[in-house]
Write a protein that binds this ligand. Structure first.
Ligand code: G3H
Ligand code: 13P
Ligand code: ZN
Length: 284
């Protein structure tokens, strides 16, 4: 199928009370693992590439890989830029065929975040590309800050209402207690805050840093209106353990295909589990 926008997969998700998984890819094996999982689960899917992924693989390679994989399946696929912070890079992604982009102005003062996000929305909307914005700071698990300091960075519901009204973003990434990377302890999500944001905004709600979040917390987040859920770390861990386990058993192997096949199988296992947890399995 041709690539579709966030709206195409998240509108049915909002109506149906499920979320769609957004999985990060950096190379061919990860792209294949994500798209094959979606086809086998009959699930809509969002495949996202970060600026780091684009620097690593090259923009043309990412687009060609994802378009080729999407053409071979019968489920909707979104190609989304993850955490775009550079206006020119966002424009290059749109020109090269991304069907959706994130402009992450979360480190900017509110007024500037609104102004820069709006500029991206105006251009993207004109060519049918969806936009995700971010408000509040999601951060990383490695950040040396206390729980209180992290809570001070959570998304303010009133600001979220204003941000969505003034930018008209399709989707909004919010900070409610998740973080990027592996968690040291168990993440605690601020569900009342999520509910207030959902009640006050018309945008689709995005949960970043969802690897390692307990299943019950994910289910509750979905029941309170999270529409898109981002997973990267779980895929990285599956990729690495697939290769490591294989090489432990076959220390003399020098064939990349032989170690990448179990890596792909491990990634598909976790991606499919997440699709079932998010409720998007069987929805395409
Ligand atoms: O949110 C960040 C994603 O996990 C992408 O990470 O910038 O290392 O590709 P990256
Ligand atoms: P994790 O790596 O913690 O799953 O976060 C992924 C993410 O939010 C990508 O934007
Ligand atoms: Zn993220």
């Amino acid at each position: 199928m041709n690539l579709v926008s966030l709206k195409d997969v998240l509108e049915p998700a909002e109506k149906g009370g499920y979320a769609v998984g957004a999985f990060n890819a950096n190379n061919m094996e990860i792209v294949q693992a994500i798209i094959e999982s979606a086809a086998e689960e009959r699930s809509p899917v969002i495949l996202q590439a970060s600026q780091g992924a684009i620097n690593y693989a090259g923009l043309d390679f990412i687009v060609a890989l994802v378009k080729t994989a999407a053409q071979g399946v019968n489920v909707p696929v979104v190609l989304h830029l993850d955490h775009g912070t550079d206006f020119n890079q966002v424009m290059r992604c749109i020109r090269h065929g991304f069907s959706s982009v994130m402009f992450d102005g979360s480190k900017l003062p509110l007024e500037e975040n609104i102004a820069r996000t709006l500029r991206v929305v105006e251009i993207a909307r004109a060519v049918g590309v969806s936009v995700e914005g971010e408000l509040g700071k999601i951060g990383g698990t490695e950040d040396e800050i206390t729980v209180e300091e992290r809570e001070a960075l959570f998304t303010d519901p009133a600001e979220a209402e204003r941000f969505v009204k003034e930018t008209a973003v399709d989707a909004l990434a919010i900070a409610i207690g998740t973080a990027h990377g592996p968690y040291k302890g168990e993440p605690r999500l601020d569900f009342p805050r999520l509910k207030r944001i959902k009640d006050l905004t018309a945008a689709f709600i995005v949960l970043h840093g969802a690897s390692g979040v307990p299943d019950d917390a994910v289910r509750q987040a979905v029941s309170l209106g999270v529409n898109k859920i981002n997973i990267d770390t779980d895929i990285r861990q599956a990729f690495t353990s697939g290769i490591t386990d294989f090489m432990k058993k076959n220390p003399n192997n020098i064939d990349p295909r032989k170690m990448l096949s179990p890596a792909k199988a491990e990634m598909k296992k976790i991606i499919k589990e997440k699709m079932r947890l998010f409720g998007c399995s069987g929805k395409a």
